[in-house]
Design a binder for this molecule. Structure first.
Ligand SMILES: [Zn+2]
Length: 296
C-alpha cells in the first residue's frame, strides 16, 4: 500500500469524452470514448495491484462535463485524463500534456510519459507538452482548472489504422494501463511523505508460516553431517518411493500434504516475481467492475 502522510494514496482516473461526445472516431469506427473507458478501468485494476486506491470520473458511456470531471478529482492525490489523439492517417506516437502551472503537474506528466515509453515499446515518443504553449496552442480545461496534480495523456492516434487496431485490442489496452499505473506509482512515491507500507501487510501473512513449516520439513545440510546425511538420504529416497505409492492411493497422506506446502510456496514466489517483473504484464482481462466515488 502507498501512503502519503499516513493516508492511503487515492487517484482519480478520467476517461475522456463519453455519451453524446464520442471523441475522435478511427477509420474502422473505433470510438475514442470507448477506448478511453476500457483503458481507464484497466488502470484501476493495475493500481489496485500496486496497492493504490482509485476511482473513475465516469464508469459508463455517459456524458460528464469538464467542470464535473475536475470536481470529481478534488481530494485525491492526482488525476490522469486518458485520451486518444487524431490527425492524419500517418500520424503516430504518444504524448502527455500538462498545464502552464508546471510544478507537480509537469512532474506527473513526465512520470506517465516516461513509463508509457518504457512499457509501450515501438511507439514514437512525442514527449510532454505544456498547454497552452507554442508547441501546443490549445488550452485544455481539465488542465487549466486542475485543483490537484493533473495530466492528460494522448495514447496514440486513433486516426492511424494500425494504431487504432492496437488501441482497440485487449493487449494494447493492458499495456497502456500498466504503463500509466506504473507512472502514477512513481509520481506518488516522489511526493513528500510518501511511503510504501508493504512491511505491515506481510505480518501474519500465510507465506511466513509456510516458510517456517517448510524449514522443519526439510533437514538442514551441514558439512560435517554430510556423510550421515548420505545414508539417510538413501533411506529417505527409499521411504519416499514407498510413500509415493501410498500417496497415489491415499491423497490425505503426509507426503501429499508436504508436497502441497511446497507447491503453495512456489506459487507465492511466482506471484511475487510477477509483481516485481516489469515484463510480466498481468491484465485483468478487462472484466473487472469499476467504482465511482459517490458524490457528497
Ligand atoms: Zn480526446
Amino acid at each position: 500500500m502507498i501512503q502519503i502522510n499516513n493516508k492511503q494514496a487515492r487517484v482519480c482516473i478520467d476517461p475522456g469524452h463519453g455519451g453524446n461526445d464520442p471523441g475522435a472516431v478511427g477509420p474502422s469506427s473505433v470510438r475514442e470514448a470507448v477506448v478511453a473507458l476500457k483503458i481507464a478501468k484497466e488502470v484501476m485494476f493495475q493500481l489496485e495491484e500496486l496497492g493504490i486506491d482509485s476511482y473513475l470520473t465516469r464508469t459508463e458511456d455517459e456524458f460528464v462535463s469538464l467542470s464535473g470531471r475536475v470536481n470529481e478529482s478534488k481530494g485525491s492525490d492526482c488525476m490522469v485524463s486518458i485520451h486518444c489523439n487524431a490527425h492524419s492517417s500517418q500520424a503516430q506516437g504518444i504524448e502527455t500534456i500538462y498545464s502552464s502551472a508546471g510544478g507537480k503537474h509537469k512532474a506527473l506528466a513526465n512520470y506517465v510519459q516516461q513509463s508509457l515509453m518504457k512499457y509501450c515499446q515501438g511507439h514514437k515518443d512525442r514527449g510532454i507538452k505544456m498547454s497552452p504553449s507554442d508547441g501546443y496552442p490549445r488550452k485544455l480545461f481539465v488542465l487549466s482548472a486542475a485543483v490537484i496534480p493533473t495530466c492528460l495523456t494522448e495514447v496514440e492516434f486513433i486516426s492511424n489504422v494500425e494504431q487504432e487496431k492496437w488501441l482497440d485490442s485487449d493487449e494494447g489496452q493492458t499495456q497502456i494501463a500498466y504503463a500509466i499505473a506504473q507512472g502514477i506509482k512513481s509520481f506518488l512515491m516522489s511526493l513528500p511523505g510518501a511511503i510504501k507500507s508493504d512491511d505491515r501487510s506481510v505480518e501474519g501473512h500465510p507465506q511466513v508460516s509456510m516458510a517456517v513449516s517448510k524449514q522443519t520439513v526439510e533437514p538442514k545440510l551441514d558439512d560435517k553431517e554430510v556423510p550421515v546425511m548420505r545414508t539417510e538420504t538413501a533411506d529417505l529416497l527409499a521411504q519416499s518411493t514407498a510413500d509415493e505409492i501410498a500417496a497415489s492411493q491415499d491423497p490425505t497422506s503426509i507426503f501429499a500434504n508436504s508436497n502441497e506446502v511446497e507447491k503453495t510456496e512456489v506459487d507465492l514466489q511466482k506471484k511475487d516475481q510477477d509483481a516485481d517483473s516489469s515484463n510480466g504484464l498481468k491484465g485483468s482481462g478487462l472484466k473487472r467492475k469499476s467504482k465511482r466515488r459517490s458524490k457528497s
